[in-house]
Ligand binder design. Structure first.
Ligand code: 5GP
Length: 189
């Protein structure tokens, strides 16, 4: 077996959200979503997870829903290591489930400038969904460039680069069970 890249824990500054705190909040979000979509039509709800960052959040959230739901994914261009957002968003992989006339819930890991979510909302509105809402685990309000509606929010966090629970830095750290902030010198160099 090929050796796996090792997490360099010296890059981590501090843990912002521990495993128990995240899990408790995901349970609360799932309960609210289940209550809100209890009357959804028989086609149910379509969860659209934004790859790759939302894969763990979506997996935990979906398994706690008590309403029928379908799971799909979309992939967009994301930041490069240390790069600054230009606001340009590119679709890399589209959903496979038809969403016209369906209740769609976009599941996103983090909203930073807001450009990605703004793009997604515009894109899904154009498809004529029965309803469209957003569920976001983390938000960095200080960094917002465009106002975007977040219907279900996990946590607000300060302006630091976070990893863990699906979120990466240079594709590492995604499988940590907690969310940690990196040392500024690691991602700003
Ligand atoms: P926005 O378009 O809102 O500026 O950025 C959204 C995307 O940027 C997220 O889906 C995520 O891929 C990336 N991003 C923004 N902040 C962070 C962060 O602190 N950590 C990680 N891992 N990704 C982030």
């Amino acid at each position: 077996m090929k050796s796996r890249p090792k997490h360099d824990f010296s890059a981590i500054d501090r843990i912002l959200l521990d495993e128990e705190t995240i899990q408790r909040r995901v349970t609360e979000l799932a309960a609210r979503i289940s209550a809100d979509y209890a009357g959804a039509n028989e086609d149910g709800l379509v969860l659209v997870g934004v790859l790759k960052g939302a894969f763990i959040f979506l997996a935990d959230l979906a398994r706690r829903l008590t309403v029928p739901h379908h799971v799909d994914f979309i992939a967009l261009s994301s930041y490069n290591r240390g790069a600054v957002s230009t606001g340009a968003v590119r679709l890399i992989m589209d959903t496979r489930i038809p969403v016209t006339g369906r209740h769609v819930l976009i599941v996103e890991d983090i909203v930073d400038t807001g450009y990605t979510l703004e793009y997604l909302i515009r894109n899904f509105r154009a498809r004529g969904t029965a309803s469209l809402r957003t569920c976001v685990l983390l938000s960095k309000p200080e960094r917002r460039k465009v106002d975007v509606p977040i219907d279900y929010l996990g946590f607000e966090i300060p302006d630091v680069w976070v990893v863990g629970y699906g979120l990466d830095f240079a594709d590492l750290f995604r499988t940590l069970p907690y969310i940690a902030g990196l040392k500024r010198e690691v991602y700003e160099k």
